[in-house]
Design a protein around this ligand. Structure first.
Ligand SMILES: NC(=O)c1ccc[n+]([C@@H]2O[C@H](COP(=O)([O-])OP(=O)(O)OC[C@H]3O[C@@H](n4cnc5c(N)ncnc54)[C@H](O)[C@@H]3O)[C@@H](O)[C@H]2O)c1
Length: 499
């Protein structure tokens, strides 16, 4: 008898992709390019810098190792990146133009003239500007209504916030289109309703930056001490609740009103120098730069970027597990991509129950997937198979579920962070209270691991084995019957032993 199960190759029909033009491909333009590409858009870049292609590909490499694994489902297939020598070739027929040229109004105005001479009138033209108001950007434009501020945060491929700022003349249809597209590519468009210099977020950053420069100038703290004051304390609170929700808790049971009464008067004390800006003398600049070298000079910028991305992915995935803040946004994006959970019509092959990238926080000291994560991935595959036969959250709420009674995992080949893994599940038995599953994990055609699990249906009331509801029993039996025609997979029924 043939003991091996043939690997399934699926044909993916070509899809018409949406196209974004990136005008200015530096730090921020590169991040936008990566975000669009990894969300399935084709990206065309226009940047006169001969180094633009190298720089963008370096940003893209960092994005590829961090963004896909943030998601618990497979992102769309990556789009195509191209570089263009003329504006017309870059922006003709595109759906979105993202302008990320240097922060100078004269350069931005010139660039809009060239963009609008060649791009479709219904494309969104978003500007990454950190400080200009949209009405300033629109001055002298051929179609001012087409231009909005879409202010991102570095790294654009990981951080979801976009400050979306229209002016009084921005076309509402452009605004709606921008909101939809930004949401589709996994971002959170914060509609800034009144245009203002530096929007909302950069106002805070400026205030904190000013205070920090004073603390250094006055010899109170070094760059490292200031960073420690942020990252070991309030920075962690801000990352998950922001300012007001945090202060509400700080007010105790009496809440926000009590907090303001208690701490509000301090605002009038001379704690801060917010109205006063330290002069950026050569001496102060040297002081900041030297302290920063002492603090972080042992790392290259690329090392620091990777450390930043590792940390951000770990924090974001922690928030995801709690369905809170930026983590709740990521979960909503996964649900949008994942769609309805239904059994495929064709059950003649094992069912794909997991398709995802291995996230950065799943790797161990050897640089490959941590042992415990194999079980997590197979557990996710089991959860998906349960949902596919009707044992979903609604069913579980009625008091029935499956508990895993036994598991056997075989590690066949290495798996690294960023690998796109797929789990194919064969139902070896699906009758009465028992569901016997065999999962095979692949990267492309390379088999990485197998997981065999025996599940028992239980009543959540008695916590004892019980018969599943008829619709679950029927679906489980249907899959098991179809899969009975498949060869028994290699390794099924094996125990740990000496070869
Ligand atoms: N760096 C940040 O943290 C940050 C964050 C949010 C927003 N922004 C905003 O993003 C924009 C770009 O900033 P950056 O940090 O990426 O700058 P950058 O200097 O890294 O990149 C600017 C790029 O624009 C290119 N360029 C210059 N003139 C051009 C032209 N006429 N046509 C096409 N490309 C041209 C340059 O060659 C360069 O590659 C600015 O408006 C800035 O305020 C920056």
């Amino acid at each position: 008898m043939n003991l091996t199960t043939p690997t399934i190759r699926r044909r993916v029909a070509p899809v018409a992709r949406q196209v974004a033009a990136i005008v200015g491909g530096g730090v921020i333009g590169g991040g936008w390019a990566a975000r669009f590409l990894l969300m399935g858009w084709d990206v065309r870049v226009f940047d006169p810098d001969p180094e633009a292609s190298r720089k963008i590909n370096e940003v893209l490499a960092n994005a590829r190792r961090s963004l896909p694994g943030l998601s618990d489902v497979a992102l769309p297939a990556e789009g195509t990146l191209s570089f263009h020598d003329t504006m017309s070739a870059a922006v003709a027929g595109v759906d979105w133009v993202q302008e990320s040229v240097p922060e100078r109004l004269d350069i931005k105005h010139k660039v809009y003239q060239s963009i609008q001479a060649h791009c479709p009138p219904d494309a969104v033209i978003g500007s990454s500007t950190s400080g200009f108001k949209p009405s300033q950007l629109q001055e002298g434009a051929a179609r001012p209504a087409q231009i909005v501020v879409t202010h991102p945060f570095n790294p654009v491929y990981l951080l979801p916030l976009i400050e979306l700022v229209p002016s009084a003349v921005t076309d509402p249809a452009t605004l709606d289109k921008a909101k939809k597209i930004l949401t589709d590519i996994g971002m959170y468009p914060l509609h800034v309703r009144a245009e203002i210099d530096a929007h909302i977020a950069d106002r805070f950053l400026e205030a904190v930056w000013r205070e920090a420069l004073w603390l250094i100038k006055d010899g109170i703290a070094t760059t490292e001490e200031i960073d420690n004051a942020i990252r070991y304390g309030f920075g962690l609170r801000w990352a998950q609740m922001g300012l007001f929700e945090t202060y509400r808790i700080a007010g105790g049971e009496a809440g926000m009103r009590h907090f303001i009464e208690q701490f509000g008067p301090c605002l009038e004390w001379p704690w801060t120098k917010l109205m006063d800006v330290p002069e950026l003398t050569d001496e102060l600049i040297d002081q900041v730069a030297d302290q920063s070298d002492a603090q972080s000079g042992q790392y290259s910028i690329r090392d620091l970027e990777r450390a930043r991305d590792n940390n951000l992915v770990t924090i974001l995935r922690g928030l995801k597990a709690k369905d809170w803040g930026a983590g709740a946004l990521l979960n909503a994006q996964d649900r949008r991509i994942d769609g309805a959970v239904t059994l495929p019509d064709d059950l003649s092959q094992p069912v794909v129950t997991v398709s995802r990238a291995v996230p950065l926080d799943w790797t161990d000291y050897n640089g490959h997937m941590n042992e415990a994560r194999y079980l997590q991935a197979f557990g996710d595959a089991t959860d998906r198979m349960m949902a596919l036969v009707g044992c979903d959250a609604d069913y579980i709420a009625t008091g029935g579920s499956f508990f895993t009674a036994e598991t056997h995992i075989r590690h066949l080949d290495e798996v690294h962070a960023g690998a796109r893994i797929r789990i194919e599940t064969q139902v070896l038995l699906g009758a009465g209270k028992k569901m016997h599953l065999f999962h095979r994990m692949f990267e492309d055609d390379r088999e990485l691991a197998t997981g065999e699990h025996m599940l028992i249906h239980v009543s959540l009331e008695t916590r004892r084995a019980s018969e599943p509801a008829p619709q679950v029993a029927e679906a489980m039996a249907r899959v098991a019957k179809a899969h009975a025609a498949l060869p028994v997979p290699q390794g099924a029924g094996k125990a740990v032993g000496v070869r």
